[in-house]
Design a protein around this ligand. Structure first.
Ligand code: BGP
Length: 500
């Protein structure tokens, strides 16, 4: 394999409500995720891979530790940091009043990175709406559009100097399915008509952000070569039985709802058939304005961010009536014509997430051929029960997972697919929507157990540093686990960056 290009972006990604804390500090007011975690607080028994809904009041305390974190990121050697700013910190009370202390926090935090040669890669929206917006109807209402325009404008004009890559939103799919088709995440509307409204307004908001982005470019707030993308978590489907035409058909149906529905609008400028069918079914014609569709068509996005964790093994539900020995997780997917199944012959994480790295390059080829946009991985990582010993975590499983997935990015680049970067989920241990603080994803540990929130190294951060220094991944069977473990132990003993 060829080495990564010298200008390749090696980044880590995270998200304000999961890492930042300071939820009532600096003029901030509560959001829907504060309300949700307060009202649904639940800690499962120790060591169980189950949903933990803990407090995000302090989370990993990035709000107070951003300077230390910038130094640690420098040690890792990343040149990017993908971060979703907190809307409720910048606009705590309404859509018009900017909280100067809030935006100044981000200017300080991102300047600390910028001075270390780490490019900020902002994601504008990641599921977390200010409460005042929820009260106006939230993402499934037209109120979302103008409020989002004002929010986007502040981000582009105030933070445009620190970067030339932005994303409008993270995973409209998981967000709309888990929060509008299901009641798993806030605002827990569990109403199919609300689901289609949220899909519509989120798509239009991406085009509105592009309008503001191009205006900010004209006015000199953002560089002319800057790019604005959308970040989607498509799970490339594969048929449970490659010879079964019903399973193959089910994969096409899955893609209509899990790929076309979320990327066609902001990349091609048009909604796919399933959307138009739903508008008729739910009599939502009044929602769809000609002016909106014009904005959508004229303001498509430049880049596809892709959150790749796993593909989806798809079977036609007709099969499920037969007694087939496998796990089937009833999916709250919009379609009942395609089910995700979990054959026991596959590899899974302890949270039952399928591990199949080769579908990263398979999926990348499909995305490039269908949409012809540069790609960047915005999330890829493994949640695990990490065990800390001698002050560090020797996470060889995370090194395995990340190395074999990043290798697929290299393979895709060798096939001529224009990947501009890879942003790993995640920098340090944070709050996980499905696993709370027990489901660890970080390259860097955070001491939640003793409530000190102090940072400590894991072996995987030294693997990532090795990849970045050499501009390549390593043969899976030649990974130097002991080297990374000893570097972590040595660093923890002597580097001051671990002392706040
Ligand atoms: C994505 C979200 C991230 C992150 C990740 C891991 O859907 O964009 O915020 O949470 O999933 O998910 P989890 O933490 O639930 O394992």
């Amino acid at each position: 394999m060829k080495k990564f290009p010298s200008n390749f972006i090696f980044s880590t990604s995270t998200c304000s409500y999961q890492i930042e804390g300071g939820r009532l500090l600096g003029g901030r007011k509560h959001s829907n995720w504060d309300k949700f975690t307060i009202e649904n607080y639940y800690i499962p028994p120790e060591g169980v891979a189950a949903r933990e809904i803990a407090s995000i009041d302090v989370a990993a305390d990035y709000y107070n530790r951003y300077k230390q974190d910038a130094k640690i990121m420098k040690k890792i050697g990343v040149n990017g940091f993908t971060y979703n700013m907190d809307w409720a910190r910048i606009f705590p009370n309404n859509e018009d009043e900017v909280n100067e202390e809030g935006i100044k926090f981000y200017e300080k935090a991102f300047k600390a990175l910028y001075k270390k040669g780490i490019k900020l890669i902002p994601i504008l929206y990641h599921w977390d709406s200010p409460l005042w917006l929820e009260e106006k109807g939230g993402t499934s209402s037209r109120a979302f559009l103008e409020a989002f325009r004002k929010f986007a404008r502040v981000i582009f004009t105030r933070l445009g100097k620190y970067t030339d890559i932005f994303y409008v939103n993270d995973e409209n799919s998981t967000y709309t399915v888990s929060a509008y088709l299901d009641d798993y995440n806030p605002p827990r509307k569990k109403d199919e008509k609300e689901f289609w409204k949220a899909v519509y307004y989120l798509s239009i908001s991406g085009a509105i952000a592009k309008q503001e982005f191009e205006l900010a470019k004209k006015q000199g707030y953002v560089s002319q070569k800057a790019l604005l993308g959308i970040d989607h978590d498509w799970c490339p489907p594969l048929p449970y039985d490659a010879k079964n035409k019903d399973d193959i058909k089910a994969c096409e149906i899955f893609n209509e709802y899990n790929l076309n529905l979320y990327l066609d609008p902001n990349i091609l400028g048009t909604f796919p058939k399933c959307f138009h069918d739903a508008i008729k079914k739910f009599k939502l014609n009044d929602m769809v304005l000609e002016e909106d569709l014009k904005i959508l068509k004229e303001n498509t996005l430049d880049l596809i961010g892709w959150n790749y964790y796993r593909p989806a093994i798809i079977a036609n539900p007709k099969r499920l009536k037969k007694k087939i020995k496998w796990q089937v997780e009833p999916q709250t997917f919009i379609t009942k014509e395609a089910y995700i199944v979990f054959p026991k012959t596959e590899r899974y994480t302890s949270w039952n997430w399928l591990i199949k790295p080769e579908y990263l390059s398979v999926g990348a080829k499909i995305l490039w051929e269908k949409y012809q946009r540069p790609l960047m991985i915005i999330e890829n990582g493994i949640g695990y029960f990490d065990v800390r010993e001698n002050g560090i975590v020797n996470d060889t499983y995370r090194i395995d997972y990340l190395n074999e997935h990043l290798q697929q990015v290299q393979i895709a680049i060798d096939q001529g697919i224009p990947f501009i970067g890879y942003s790993l989920w995640t920098y340090c241990d944070i709050f996980s929507p499905s696993g709370g603080y027990r489901k660890k994803y970080g390259l860097v540990g955070v001491d939640f157990e003793n409530k000190t929130l102090s940072r400590f190294p894991k072996s995987s951060m030294f693997w990532y540093n090795d990849v970045i220094n050499n501009l390549t991944t390593f043969d899976q069977d030649k990974l130097e686990y002991d080297k990374y473990k000893n570097l972590a132990l040595e660093s923890y003993q002597k580097d001051k960056i671990w002392r706040k």
